[in-house]
Design a protein around this ligand. Structure first.
Ligand code: FES
Length: 186
């Protein structure tokens, strides 16, 4: 029996209404999926340990190039970074310190921590070197061990420096294990 001959059958749904129904259903499903996955993805980004140390892939803005004497004399700077945990975002938290030296059009960065046992080294302008007061290690301006009697097993730790926007000195700050010949990040 043809449809037109069936007195109890509902009239056929117009194709336009079916398309509209399918479009709305798809929108609801996709919207629901986004509502669930977006907060989860955001949580992973928020808790990513690589984001806890700094705002920019591990590099931290430390100083302006203009703050460094052109004669290469070292200047000491604190390294501040933004720390983020599950509940707080704390800007400008001290995470260490570096000596910066302008060498021509480049900048050298040395971690201030002595690789022997972790004391902070001083810059001694009169001798133009770095000196560790704990066990008398001395280091040249490039960080190499100066006095062979120094107990430090390696020179001061060089850090990667980037000059951004012509004047900003960014440092990839890192601490290394004390008491070892090799630089082992901690
Ligand atoms: S901690 Fe620097 S020489 Fe021992």
């Amino acid at each position: 029996m043809a449809f037109q001959d069936c007195p109890h059958c509902p009239p056929p749904t117009p194709p336009e209404d079916r398309r509209s129904f399918l479009t709305k259903a798809a929108a609801i499903i996709i919207g629901g999926a986004l509502a669930i996955t977006a907060p989860i993805a955001g949580l992973f980004v928020f808790l990513d340990p690589l984001r806890r140390k700094s705002d920019s892939g591990g590099a931290v803005l430390v100083a302006s190039l203009n703050a460094l004497p052109e004669n290469g004399e070292p200047r000491k700077f604190s390294v501040l970074a933004t720390r983020v945990d599950a509940w707080n975002r704390s800007p400008n938290v001290p995470i260490g310190a570096v000596y910066l030296q302008r060498v021509g059009d480049k900048v050298r960065a040395l971690n201030v921590v002595c690789p022997h046992a972790g004391c902070f080294v001083d810059y001694r302008g009169a001798k133009n070197h770095f000196f560790c007061p704990c066990h008398n290690s001395s280091f040249a301006l490039d960080g190499q061990v100066q006095d062979p009697k120094s107990p430090s097993p390696r020179g001061l730790d060089n850090l990667v420096v980037e000059i951004r926007n012509g004047t900003e000195v960014w440092v990839k700050f890192q601490n290394f294990r004390a008491g070892t010949h090799d630089k082992i990040p901690v």
